[in-house]
Unconditional design. Structure first.
Length: 250
């Protein structure tokens, strides 16, 4: 990997760029690169806050000191193959096989120009948020291969990180759902995602190389990640609208 020590301008919000990216993403839910434009445009100021919180714990400080790039571990076939059945890691491995996604693909989408990675603790934490995204899909049960699941995880992620980019994405997704479904069913599911994120333990503080070996059900219980009935209702509503010949994609 190429690294740079430059982080100038990382905390300056660029609202026009974020809004352009939101419009592009609402037109094409698969335009993952637009998500990262939104994050870069709006989430910079929260990185020092979350880093300070991470360092304030013994386990978190140890992870910052080690500065492990999770994308490298998650792209190691031997590491991914090492998880026992029933663990978070085994569910993550199944997620990768089912969706065809990869940690490397997410990293590439976040840096399409191939810029050198910034060698700074704040930038490292930003990459960590990116790299745990699909693990959060596994922990929360929100499907990654549907816009609704992504929208609900957006609500969860805002509660966990307090990044304004997540809030903007969540509001935009709720409004799109209202327009397409003519009901609040999608908005309620996104709000439930936010509330689940508030109720859960702070997942950014987890040691993921340990968590991935933990039994999935036990991890969800320990992290206080409860069920998502509003999400299930929204999935059913979207499916019914699609069968009826509607254009629902929320």
């Amino acid at each position: 990997m190429k690294y740079s020590t430059t982080i100038s301008g990382s905390y300056k919000r660029d609202v026009p760029a974020a809004l352009r990216a939101v419009r592009a993403l609402m037109r094409d839910a698969n335009a993952t690169e637009q998500v990262f434009i939104i994050m870069r445009s709006l989430n910079g100021p929260v990185l020092p806050v979350n880093l300070a919180r991470l360092i304030s714990t013994e386990a978190g400080a140890r992870q910052v000191y080690r500065r492990t790039e999770l994308v490298e571990r998650l792209c190691d076939p031997a590491f991914v193959a090492s998880f026992a059945p029933g663990t978070v890691g085994a569910a993550y491995r199944e997620f990768l096989q089912k969706t065809g996604y990869s940690a490397a693909g997410l990293a590439d989408a976040s840096n399409p120009e191939g810029h050198a990675l910034v060698e700074h603790p704040h930038a490292w934490l930003g990459r960590r948020v990116r790299d745990v995204h699909d693990i959060w899909h596994v922990l929360t049960g929100y499907q990654a291969d549907e816009p609704l699941g992504e929208a609900c995880l957006v609500g969860f992620s805002f509660a966990q990180t307090r990044g304004k980019g997540w809030a903007v994405l969540g509001i935009a997704s709720a409004l799109k759902g209202l327009k397409e479904m003519h009901s609040l069913v999608v908005a309620r599911a996104i709000l439930e995602g936010y509330r689940r994120g508030r109720a859960a333990s702070w997942l950014l503080g987890e040691d993921y190389e340990v968590l991935l070996h933990e039994p999935l059900d036990a991890a969800r219980a320990r992290l206080r990640i409860g069920p998502a009935p509003a999400y299930a209702r929204a999935q059913a509503a979207v499916a019914a609208a699609t069968r009826a010949g509607g254009t629902a994609s929320a």
